[in-house]
Design a protein around this ligand. Structure first.
Ligand code: ACO
Length: 330
């Protein structure tokens, strides 16, 4: 690889509408105690009319400001909830951010989307195809949840997080030192929106399954196994001991999942960033939102060793490591 990709800016956006566990308990057969003890979630934010691109633009603008720039050479949007099935959301976001005619495309790796996006950006930078890339994870899961399904409605939230990556000298501050990505399509039915694609159109069936569905129990098990395995592979590649990780920032699906992964790796439980209490599971947006919170709380500081790991529909997974740079999260 010629150049390394370094994190130089971070921005976030949340919808204005805050939805507490108490509010959901009034319309679903659930309660705050169940939700908090089984997931760690206290509240989430749901769109009050914002589309995914609206949140992506807001987070992207903040990330550019955080990086002290108003130009990048590529835009990648990771999302499960694009504004439309066609076209992709990224070109619209790039245009509204005033970034000109740069290449812009979406990535569909569900909750692993942000890590996939970072890897894709880093690979473009290493190949010399771009010297700076804006990677955005943005979601409005509230638009695909079945309001009567207590097993999914209490878990997911909307939001966006964005990162600016820039070419730097190898091992410069904020460099992504390695990636590990994977998928197992034999488990594709565990997390799915059955309808709306070519499978439904070619079979001629009506629009019966337009809501998001998840088989929570097997997803839980696979998430723990794959995130642990992926993170372990990465630590071996970089030669980092688990005990030297300052912060494990995993996909914020469930506090119990993150504790189990940290346990399996040998990362101390007080080194795990938890953000699902504030925003729920925001899928592709969850890792950048968690990073920004860790910075805002004064936990994540320059020089810290950070391990990222995600798992999502597909199923897909991905991990990366970096030494935290001196940036402000906006
Ligand atoms: N309120 C009250 N009770 C509930 C609720 C609720 N909101 N949801 C389920 N229950 C009940 C179930 O009906 C079940 O009752 P029963 O025993 O009478 O049948 C009981 O609680 C236990 O249900 P489980 O599904 O076994 O609960 P579990 O402890 O597994 O927690 C959860 C469910 C939170 C979904 C968990 O399985 C999980 O976190 N899974 C992984 C999610 C994940 O990692 N996603 C990442 C990828 S997401 C993506 O890619 C988009």
């Amino acid at each position: 690889m010629n150049a390394t990709a370094a994190l130089t800016g971070l921005g976030t956006a949340l919808p204005t509408r805050r939805v507490t566990n108490e509010e959901l308990s009034r319309v679903l057969d659930t309660d705050d105690q169940w939700i908090q003890s089984r997931t760690g979630i206290k509240q989430r934010f749901w769109s009050a009319g914002e589309a995914t691109s609206d949140l992506a633009v807001e987070a992207g603008r903040s990330a550019l400001r955080s990086a002290g720039t108003d130009t990048v050479e590529m835009v990648i949007v990771a999302t499960t909830t694009p504004d439309h099935p066609c076209p992709a959301t990224a070109p619209d976001v790039a245009s509204r951010l005033g970034l000109g005619v740069v290449p812009a495309f979406d990535i569909a790796a569900v909750c692993s989307g942000f890590v996939y996006g970072l890897a894709c950006a880093a690979a473009h930078i290493a190949a010399g195809l771009a010297s700076s890339v804006l990677v955005i994870g943005a979601e409005t899961y509230s638009t695909i949840l079945d309001p009567d399904d207590r097993t999914t409605s209490v878990i997911f939230g909307d939001g966006a997080g964005a990162a600016v990556l820039r070419a730097t000298a190898p091992d410069g501050p904020g460099s992504f030192l390695a990636f590990d990505l994977g998928s197992d399509g034999s488990l594709k039915d565990l997390i799915t929106i059955p309808d709306g694609g070519s499978r439904q159109r070619t079979s001629g069936s009506g629009p019966a399954g337009s809501y998001f569905t998840m088989q929570g129990k097997p997803v839980f098990r696979h998430a723990v196994d794959r995130m642990t395995e992926s993170a372990r592979t990465l630590l071996e590649t970089t030669g980092w001991a688990a005990g030297s990780i300052d912060w494990f920032v995993g996909h914020q699906a469930n506090a119990r999942i993150l504790r189990a992964v940290a346990d399996g790796l040998g990362v101390k439980s007080d080194r795990v960033i938890m953000d699902m209490d504030r925003v729920g599971n925001t899928s592709a947006a969850s890792i950048p939102l968690a990073l920004a919170r860790a910075v805002a709380d004064g936990n994540l500081v320059p020089g810290d060793r950070v391990l990222l790991s995600a798992f999502g529909g597909g199923v897909t997974w991905g991990s990366s490591v970096l030494v935290w740079p001196d940036i402000v999260a906006l």
